[in-house]
Design a protein. Structure first.
Length: 118
């Protein structure tokens, strides 16, 4: 069974950086794409970035383009989200998710809190 565990969240000042990690265990070949999502209190869970496991295609929400970078390490079964130039509006719980043969993101991690505040 596929399990996802996020880490790397925390408190950072505006303009700072954080790198989130998502360790994937029990991965199968049907998992072909990974995504990072975020959810702030009172809002919907929105996709931030996605990537295929062979790193040949990455996509970003407009709000994070040029600031965030998603990458995947096949050898370590880990997906990363490098977040630079963080803003207070980036504050949210960040989740990673796996997209498999169903075409849906159907396996989720527990989330990691990111707080951007001075």
């Amino acid at each position: 069974q596929v399990q996802l565990v996020e880490s790397g969240g925390g408190l950072v000042e505006p303009g700072g950086s954080l790198r989130l990690s998502c360790a994937v265990s029990g991965r199968t070949l049907s998992s072909y794409q990974m995504g990072w999502f975020r959810q702030a209190p009172g809002t919907d869970r929105d996709i931030v970035a996605s990537i295929t496991w062979n790193n040949d295609f990455a996509n970003y929400a407009d709000s994070v383009k040029g600031r965030f970078t998603i990458s995947a390490d096949n050898a370590k079964n880990t997906v990363y989200l490098q977040m630079n130039s963080l803003k207070p509006e980036d504050t949210a719980v960040y989740y990673c998710a796996s997209r498999g043969s169903s075409g849906n993101y159907d396996i989720w991690g527990q989330g990691t809190q990111v707080t951007v505040s001075s």
